[in-house]
Write a protein that binds this ligand. Sequence first.
Ligand SMILES: Nc1nc(=O)c2c([nH]1)NC[C@@H]1CN(c3ccc(C(=O)N[C@@H](CCC(=O)O)C(=O)O)cc3)C=[N+]21
Length: 299
Amino acid sequence: MTTIIDGKVAAASVIETVTSTAAALEREVGEKPGLAVVIVGDDPASHTYVNSKSKMAKQCGFNSFQHSLPEGTTQEELEKLVAELNADPAIHGILVQLPLPKHLKSEPVIQSIAPEKDVDGLNVVNAGKLATGDLASGLISCTPAGALILINRIHGTDLSGLNAVVIGRSNLFGKPMAMLLLSSNATVTMAHSRSKDLPGICRGADILVAAVGRPDMVKAAWVKPGATVIDVGINRVPAPEKGEGKTKITGDVAYAECAEVAGAITPVPGGVGPMTIAMLMANTVVAACRSFGRPVPKF
Ligand SMILES: Nc1nc(=O)c2c([nH]1)NC[C@@H]1CN(c3ccc(C(=O)N[C@@H](CCC(=O)O)C(=O)O)cc3)C=[N+]21
């Protein structure tokens, strides 16, 4: 029997801890965690994500600040806003929604976020702490942190002796995911579009994590029987069965066929996605606790 890993259930448990920690902070310090989300341009999918982040922040008892900047925003204007948020004591977490419009460079914006407010974990200080094995004092990218919690639910926290394969090598996901798996004692392979014999590499995985952005790319023949399959893909594809012009989201894993071979698998939607938002809230409450010198909860 294949275990379907329910990301909504795991996310709810994270959110419960976040909410009670935020409530304790307000009781004892008289302050709420503050999350600022910055979005540039009018991509409808990005606005949907940002709205659900703001909604979840309020649900957790945070102050939520949304900055929607016009498409024509300049690099200087965006970096000036980040500087103001860095200096604002009511803000404990800053997230700049990616991707930015093409005329803007994301890297200098990301690096201008104060490391202690970088709830995406993308600043070199936070990426460097993760890479050097300091998991306790920085902030870790939300999606890999959430994926690890799902993996821990199946395998526990010590992954000694297990082969993990991560397909994808982005700074937002692939690299931090590999670092987290390595810190958990897994034997980690980072595969990507230039790898030779991707199916063969994947078949060696006890834990297979797919983050490539190509719908249904991972096939049943790539999955070792009994393996844990974590699907990080969020692909919007046409869904004619829902009606003319309708779309749905689907992962990077051909779910139905892989579920027959895997020991455990995450669905899309309802897998890693809800964990991403939950870990954003977790990072924000952690950043707030640290700023007030309060003990930090464990997730
Ligand atoms: N600076 C930055 N940080 C991010 O973390 C970031 C970003 N930019 N840009 C866009 C991606 C995408 N992302 C998702 C978060 C939650 C779901 C999610 O909750 N998905 C649900 C429902 C999805 C739906 O139905 O549309 C699910 O998978 O079940 C998906 C995608 C965060 N991202």
